[in-house]
Ligand binder design. Sequence first.
Ligand code: F6P
Length: 357
Amino acid sequence: MPKIAMPRIGVLTSGGDAPGMNTALYAFTKLAARRGVQTVGFVGGYEGLMANRRQILTPRDVDTISNLGGTILGSARSERFRTVEGRAQAAANLADLDALVVIGGNGSLAGARRLGEESGVCVVGIPASIDNDIACTSNAIGVDTALNTIVGACDRISDTARAHRRVFVVEVMGRHCGYLAMASSVASGADACLYRESGKTDAERVAELKEIISKGLDPTRGKQRILIIKAEGVRMGTQELCETLQSYVDQELPGVSVRATVLGHLVRGGQPSYQDRALAGRLAFQALELAMAGTGGVMLGWQPWDTQGGTPTPDAAVWHYPLSLVESRTESLLDGSHPTTKRRVQMMENIAGVLAV
Ligand code: F6P
């Protein structure tokens, strides 16, 4: 029998912060209050949960946070939560609560699954990670804002690059997943995109880039800039790549310089976009519904249509998935065997020749 009401639900943000986490906290707290449910925030992710560092969240506390980047609850990457003992401590601190909502990336969601399975706590996950490396959701919270930031940065870099007819390498976050590099290279009109999932060797990548640079800067083509977007997860370092390309252009195109910008954590901050705010609100609403119904061990996903075996929610584009399924599908997303990764790679291969034309 589903429970009629739940007086207290815990919430935490975990892993790499993502723009829109605060919007999710805002929406969750306000919706919960309206239902007579108290929101209990844990400060500092799973570390804060294990230490029982609590902060009651009222609608007044969250009034002004929905447009803020980062997370007002703080976040952490916790080694101790990876242990059975750490999770038992966390479960003990949840004894007076009815459910826990975890807003975070794939590691955090894997931890949420174990916590739920080992303790019986009702745990509901909301995917939030700029990397878009979580299966069973088209977008995680934060991805859209991160892409807007990257595209804006690439536009600016293109201005200065064109003024000097330079080659620029822009490195973007994505330790295990090249999605940000792929999507932003299309939207920025980049000449090339380097991402781990292509499986290319460094030598192959460099050979392709040399050709792209020579063709693009050839006077008959007369491009004013070459923009190469590189995912952080590509083994060859950005510095090493630039030096290699610089020695090539020194010989082939004297006077041209190669510069690099590593966007790094710049991409993780900033005000959430409309898309991320809307997504955060919709996922938070359904997370509350599930938590109140006592449906745990699941993650909400945003999918215009579902191909992953999800369970529908009253929101046509929001589904829920067992956390165990999310975990195994995420593994295949990252090792390249998931159809989504294959599609991403295929799309990039299809347009590779177009990017540089
Ligand atoms: O949030 C994921 C991520 O953005 C990765 O792309 C990046 O490698 C990592 O976070 C950096 O994490 P940290 O801030 O812990 O160094």
